[in-house]
Design a protein around this ligand. Structure first.
Ligand code: ATP
Length: 346
């Protein structure tokens, strides 16, 4: 069992608080992605779990054992960090096998594991090369292969695919997801790439300014963002927002339209995803500004009552700048946020 528990972890660098009271349990064999914009504290949190950084307060438990005071090598983890320390004077084979030799595994076992993980990362043809001669993306794959070769119970990865081109990155994320699922590894994976997070994670932990704003399945985070930040961060393009004025009885005025919503007397924000809008006879009046044909669909940036609004529409639609479109939001996809707390309102 390799459950990871992060209990009340906070971290300050001088007067700057990088993490505030983080509580997160990663179940045995679960794949959790820490997702957030640059500087939100993802790497710091991962480094604390790894033992490369000490928390100011709080505890880290791995496999039912408190590990805060243990050095990284005694925490039973393998890791891949951004600066992937691959030894330049060793060959790729020697790099991938390094930890296995330290563990004094027999030669044939080392060879078997090195070849298997090199194959998974598509670098089997590089095994004889010196790591110092490799490209950034190749070295990054050596670092991932080296961690996988250890067949760890827990793996921590910080942007392990960041140096790969788009196509290879897509291939590798599927490979990595498959191999981790097969090997029953518990994983924490840091990225700022929401597509990577959505496609790989069992659960996404969205971070913002040193706090976890929401930790839920990818589809839950996408469909039911717990806060405005999540709604604006997840999804490309992100959710649209419009001010909503209560009319009483759960009716709301949104850009001149009356819609059904929650029963509360406070002003709220109406939110809808660009793909949850349809052309209709009744709906929001939108003036098209920019039309981007994206192949599979048309992305139309419009003005609704002075607010920026985006709609993903049928690619066959003929629309030009200045046209007025009537956009009906799909009612079960509408979400509401409290502008004061920025939290979702049910
Ligand atoms: P990125 O995606 O850019 O790596 P991140 O979300 O991983 O960002 P962290 O590297 O965890 O962010 O940094 C969180 C905050 O803590 C940042 O504001 C950073 O400047 C600060 N920070 C991190 N390490 C240190 C340090 N050793 N000394 C001072 N401040 C630090």
């Amino acid at each position: 069992m390799a459950e990871i528990q992060i209990k009340g972890v906070a971290k300050s660098f001088g007067s700057y608080t990088a993490l505030h009271d983080i509580n997160l349990t990663i179940q045995d064999q679960e794949f959790v992605v820490l997702l957030g914009a640059s500087g939100c504290g993802k790497t710091t949190l991962l480094r604390i779990v790894a033992g490369l950084e000490t928390a100011t307060t709080g505890e880290v438990w791995i496999g039912g054992k408190r590990v805060d005071h243990l050095p990284p090598k005694d925490r039973g983890i393998a890791m891949v960090f951004q600066n992937y320390a691959v030894f330049p004077h060793l060959t790729v084979f020697e790099n991938i096998g390094f930890g296995l030799r330290m563990k004094k595994l027999p030669n044939d076992e080392v060879k078997r594991r090195v070849e298997r993980t090199a194959g998974l990362m598509h670098i089997e043809q590089l095994l004889g090369r010196y790591s110092g001669e490799l490209s950034g993306g190749q070295r990054q794959r050596v670092a991932v292969a080296r961690a996988l070769a250890m067949e760890p119970d827990v793996i921590l990865m910080d942007e392990p695919l960041s140096n790969l081109d788009a196509l290879l990155r897509m291939e590798m994320r599927a490979e990595l997801k498959g191999v981790l699922a097969e090997s029953n590894t518990t994983a924490i994976y840091v990225t700022h790439d929401q597509v990577e997070a959505m496609s790989m994670a069992d659960r996404i932990s969205v971070m913002h300014q040193g706090r976890i704003v929401q930790a839920a399945s990818p589809i839950e985070v996408y469909r039911n963002p717990a806060a405005e930040f999540v709604a604006g961060f997840i999804g490309n393009p992100p959710m649209n927002f419009l001010p909503a004025t209560p009319q009483g009885g759960g009716r709301w005025a949104v850009a001149g339209q009356v819609l059904d919503g929650p029963q509360t007397p406070k002003a709220l924000k109406f939110a809808i995803r660009p793909e949850d809008l349809r052309l209709a006879d009744h709906g929001l009046q939108a003036v098209a500004k920019v039309i981007e044909p994206l192949g599979a669909h048309l992305l139309v940036t419009c003005d609704v009552n002075g607010a920026l609004f985006r709609a993903v529409l049928d690619s066959d639609l003929s629309v030009k700048p200045g046209d007025t479109l009537t956009l009906a939001p799909q009612s079960d996809r509408i979400r509401w946020f409290d502008p004061e707390t920025t939290r979702a309102v049910a």
